[in-house]
Design a protein around this ligand. Sequence first.
Ligand SMILES: NC(=O)c1ccc[n+]([C@@H]2O[C@H](COP(=O)([O-])OP(=O)(O)OC[C@H]3O[C@@H](n4cnc5c(N)ncnc54)[C@H](OP(=O)(O)O)[C@@H]3O)[C@@H](O)[C@H]2O)c1
Length: 304
Amino acid sequence: MARRKIAVVGLGGIGGVAAACLSLSPENDVTVCARRQIDKLTFDHLEESKQIPLKTLTDPSRAEPVDWVILCTKAQDSASAAPWLERLCTPQTTVAVLQNGISHEERVGPHAKGATILPAIVYYNGERFAPDHVRLRHIRGHDLLVPAGLPGDAFAALFEGTPIDVGRSAEFITYQWRKLLVNVIANPITALTRQRLGVFQRPDIQGLSLGVLREAVAVGRAEGAQLRDNEAETILETFLGYPPEAGTSMYFDCLAGRALEIEALNGAVVAAARRHGLPTPLNAAMLTLLTAVSDANAAETKTL
Ligand SMILES: NC(=O)c1ccc[n+]([C@@H]2O[C@H](COP(=O)([O-])OP(=O)(O)OC[C@H]3O[C@@H](n4cnc5c(N)ncnc54)[C@H](OP(=O)(O)O)[C@@H]3O)[C@@H](O)[C@H]2O)c1
């Protein structure tokens, strides 16, 4: 049987773990599309550390059409991955988008030459210690979740026999919004205050978080997510159980002076609210403040 041609675009924490795990299956022929040449990846999982040989491309003009693209850039870098997608995709390709947020189809579809877009919720923690060294940590039941149905089943088959467990759900939109709800408080508030999750122990931050969450819950419901009456309170309560010393990706990106994923998080809530005529002033304030931070970071990176 012909091996499945797979391109992993973006070799960060999530892409590194995905590339390492996919390479463990003899049925997969994996190419990594990255901005630097990396021929071998150290992959840590549980107590083990493995050396995984990689086939890497750094020049999109050398890429050829594949069966699967696993897109693992941050959401704000999706457009910069367009030269890869244009070479890798045909209408027979499926692009699995392993990014936070919603609206994956709208973000990636225009660059994907008629390929099928499969949104995926990422539950695993992928940490990059060095450009060629990543670690997989399992956080909860499934590591990835995709919509129930054919492309989702075929996607799950890519990871069979690897440490990544792929769930499929007919209630995907509800899970997508639940993950978004955590992200619309965790990321902006840690980034704006420049404090780790311990900042959520403050009653004033809890009050602000509930306001942001209640706005987003109303929008999620209007979008079709089956969110409970006490969803905002439940999310905040669960969240308070997380380790106070943990950071978020936006917190680390902010400290490192990188562009931020704010448009895909609070920006997605504000955009969806507009479609339904719902008010989201707190989410809009987070969006405005962090877009200003992100733009300044991006401008500084360009002048370096
Ligand atoms: N990490 C986690 O545990 C985690 C958990 C849940 C969800 N997520 C979500 O998963 C997504 C990926 O996150 P991440 O943590 O893996 O981010 P990351 O560590 O920043 O990795 C993103 C990678 O994309 C690469 N990239 C950006 N533009 C590119 C381009 N045009 N061509 C090729 N490569 C490009 C970057 O390259 P450089 O290295 O050259 O900058 C980087 O290696 C995000 O949406 C994030 O919110 C992450």
